[in-house]
Design a binder for this molecule. Structure first.
Ligand code: PMP
Length: 409
């Protein structure tokens, strides 16, 4: 009863046909990186074959074509997330760099002793470590909104923590470990009530949910191309135009300036002010193609497919009886991934057994070490789904648990 023509979608991913030891790959590591469909690969190879040149509006035809493609990719991404225009869409290397851009450009200049940065206990290291370091350098302090027993944010605690001393609230939209979909609109509203800003880490949300940054009213929002059927090497930082206008760049160089003398420099227009040097041009072309590809399928359909698979996986794993699953029960506020542990078996051993069956899942702390400390486990195994996954693949995952029990438990 899945609404999508998954077989037709799978045909666009030759990698899903790969076999190791005669077994077809079951790719359930999508929260780390999704696979790339042919139209995206084709768009990038066409670019290299036909239009490759440096950007920044060179005079020759090829540079004009490359510039046009690079700039238009910003417009397409802006439209996709509901931003006002290319001025609000900065291309970076990945979510991590987007986060660092904000922390260095805004945080280092605006934060000081007495200021508070409010995070959640389920932040990815990309934001947690970054804000920690910026706080150390500025004298600001970092506070964490508690995660409750069910894997949800304790919003009463959020209301306590967010005060007039808060300068920014930085929250993950969908947790890459718990799968929790956080009320980021509400957190943003709380931040705004206290004249604070909001930064939302959308690395796990933009790939598989309709996201409208204006509806959330987020001041800043970040995500990565490689988790949304696009290429590696490109990420996005969305920011409200007036805030980006007021921010200092943190990387300097060619392509971002207006006027340079031996003494002084002034900065160019948005978003180029934050994109010095030769940018990821082919990757921008690939990201554009990925957005087209996703929208053709439909973000609601992708969300429903993934949530249904995650619910199925959750229920199958729960039925096993010796599997501990982290995060909320399946429902409206749970996304398309399931992290778990099999009783008596280390996550790395379990994941290695899965690999013997050519099932790709991830073991570790998923860049949320403090959250794992809180859960009281060093690691978990994470199965994460995308638009091309099937129930049959979930069944294979569950069936492989038996091998692990026999070997380790
Ligand atoms: N935030 C979240 C929630 C993530 O899941 C990830 C990727 N695991 C990141 C940030 C970092 O993304 P990237 O490695 O593309 O910078």
């Amino acid at each position: 009863n899945l609404a999508l023509d998954v077989e037709a979608i799978r045909d666009e991913f030759p990698i899903l046909q790969r076999e190791f030891d005669g077994q077809q790959v079951v790719y359930l590591d999508n929260a780390a990186t999704t696979q790339t469909p042919d139209p995206v690969v084709d768009a990038m190879s066409d670019y290299y074959r036909e239009s490759n040149a440096n950007v920044h509006r060179g005079i020759h035809h090829l540079s004009q074509e490359a510039s046009e493609a690079y700039e238009t990719a910003h417009d397409r991404v802006a439209e996709f997330i509901g931003a006002d225009g290319r001025e609000e869409v900065i291309f970076t290397k990945n979510t991590t760099e987007s986060e660092n851009l904000l922390a260095y450009s805004w945080g280092l200049n605006e934060l000081g002793p007495g200021d508070e940065v409010v995070l959640t206990e389920m932040e990815h290291h990309a934001s947690l470590v970054t804000w920690q370091q910026i706080a150390k350098r500025t004298g600001a302090s970092v506070e964490y909104i508690r995660v409750d027993e069910d894997g949800r944010l304790d919003m009463d605690h959020a209301r306590e923590l967010i005060t007039d001393d808060t300068e920014i609230v930085s929250a993950v939209h969908i947790s890459n470990t718990l799968g929790t979909i956080n009320p980021v609109g509400e957190l943003t509203e709380l931040a705004h009530e206290h004249d604070a800003l909001s930064f939302i880490d959308g690395a796990q949300a933009v790939p598989n949910h309709p996201v409208d940054v204006k509806e959330i009213d987020a001041d800043f929002y970040a995500f990565s191309g490689h988790k949304m059927a696009g290429p590696t090497g490109i990420g996005v930082l969305y920011g409200k135009q007036e805030l980006l206008e007021a921010m200092e760049p943190y990387l300097y160089g060619g392509g971002m300036i207006r006027k340079v003398t031996f003494e002084e420099s002034t900065w160019g227009e948005l978003p180029w002010k934050f994109e010095p040097g030769t940018p990821p041009i082919a990757e921008a072309v690939g990201l554009h193609a990925a957005v087209d590809w996703l929208e053709e399928i439909g973000m609601e359909q992708i969300r429903d497919h993934e949530q249904e698979l995650a619910r199925y996986a959750y229920e199958q794993l729960e039925d096993e009886g010796d599997v501990e699953i982290y995060g909320p029960e399946p429902g409206e506020d749970r996304g398309g991934l399931v992290s778990f542990n099999l009783e008596g078996v280390h996550a790395h051993d379990l994941t290695s057994i899965m690999n013997d069956h050519t099932i790709a899942v991830r073991a570790g702390d998923h860049c949320t070490q403090p959250l794992h400390d809180k859960l009281g486990v060093p690691a978990s195994t994470r199965a994460s789904f995308y638009v091309y996954n099937t129930r049959d693949e979930v069944d294979k995952l569950v069936a492989a648990l038996d091998d692990a029990r026999q070997l380790f438990a």
